[in-house]
Design a protein around this ligand. Structure first.
Ligand SMILES: [Zn+2]
Length: 281
């Protein structure tokens, strides 16, 4: 059974009309709470954040002195971002102890690079989790199936010889990166309008590379904005496709941790639940 890492504190910030809303997480939690064990996230420390980000970025988020139209300087965002990073660290601890888990915390993280925030992301949760895992594990693969390219994750790990990053994403689309692979960052752009068949084809190619890398563990940046009703994007997957994605990732036969990234449709909870069903098979 997958453990869900969640604290209702992550519902405390938001802005009317912003797609990255507390309602996203509330809906998933309500959908899963009766069938999953809920685990509270540990809070990340500043040292954890500094393991991937610059002191300048940490200072900006802490002080609220930054401007990004998509990524508001919410009051106390620093502590919420620490808790979301802590959710990812909790997922690492559970994984190293042999338990499947998914962190449902927000804000998401994969657009935050070493020295920059953006795209609803302040600190890179999955990257912080991976750096922690690298203390115990020789090689870690990151699979990012959010509809947007994880430019932040790529920025943090490009050239790192113990990390493989594979990303499937709609292209062209925000943030305008990931057209081609760079070193250990393998990018699989998919066209607007792509459905399950084309998508799973690309995923299989990406997972072959993950297998060849022989990682000790797999970290997943799970975004559900590839769903056909998502308001921000144009890939057209069905709810049931996520079960197939989960099943394929599970078939790698490695310990897995999952961190939530995007997903903005009314059926986000069903998509997440479908993915977990695949992982649990
Ligand atoms: Zn996204």
């Amino acid at each position: 059974m997958v453990k869900i890492i969640y604290s209702k504190k992550c519902l405390e910030f938001g802005q009317p009309g912003h797609p990255e809303s507390p309602e996203r997480i509330r809906s998933i939690y309500e959908h899963l709470k009766d069938d999953c064990e809920i685990v509270q996230p540990m809070a990340a420390t500043e040292a954890d954040i500094l393991s991937v980000h610059t002191a300048d970025l940490v200072q900006q988020v802490k002080s609220g002195r930054f401007y990004d139209a998509d990524t508001p300087a919410y009051s106390d965002i620093f502590s919420y971002a620490l808790l979301a990073a802590g959710g990812a660290l909790t997922a690492t601890e559970l994984m190293l102890g042999g338990t499947l888990s998914m962190s449902l915390m927000r804000p998401p993280g994969h657009h935050a690079g070493k020295g920059f925030l953006g795209g609803f992301c302040y600190f890179n949760n999955v990257a912080i989790a991976v750096v922690r895992a690298l203390n115990d594990i020789d090689r870690v693969a990151i699979i990012d199936f959010d509809c947007h390219h994880g430019n932040g994750t790529q920025d943090i790990f490009v050239g790192h010889d113990r990390v493989l990053y594979v990303s499937l994403h709609q292209s062209p689309l925000y943030p305008g990166t990931g057209f081609r692979s760079e070193l250990n960052c393998l990018n699989y752009p998919v066209m607007a309008g792509s459905g399950e068949v084309e998508y799973l084809d690309e995923l299989d190619r990406a997972l072959d590379e993950v297998s060849d890398f022989e990682p000790g563990v797999v970290a997943v940046s799970a975004g559900f904005d590839t769903f056909k009703e998502d308001p921000l994007t144009n890939v057209v997957l069905d709810v049931g496709t996520y079960e197939k994605i989960g099943d394929r990732i599970k078939s790698l036969g490695k310990p897995i941790l999952t961190v939530l990234e995007g997903g903005y449709s009314e059926k986000l909870a069903e998509c997440v639940s479908s993915y977990l069903k695949g992982l649990e098979r």
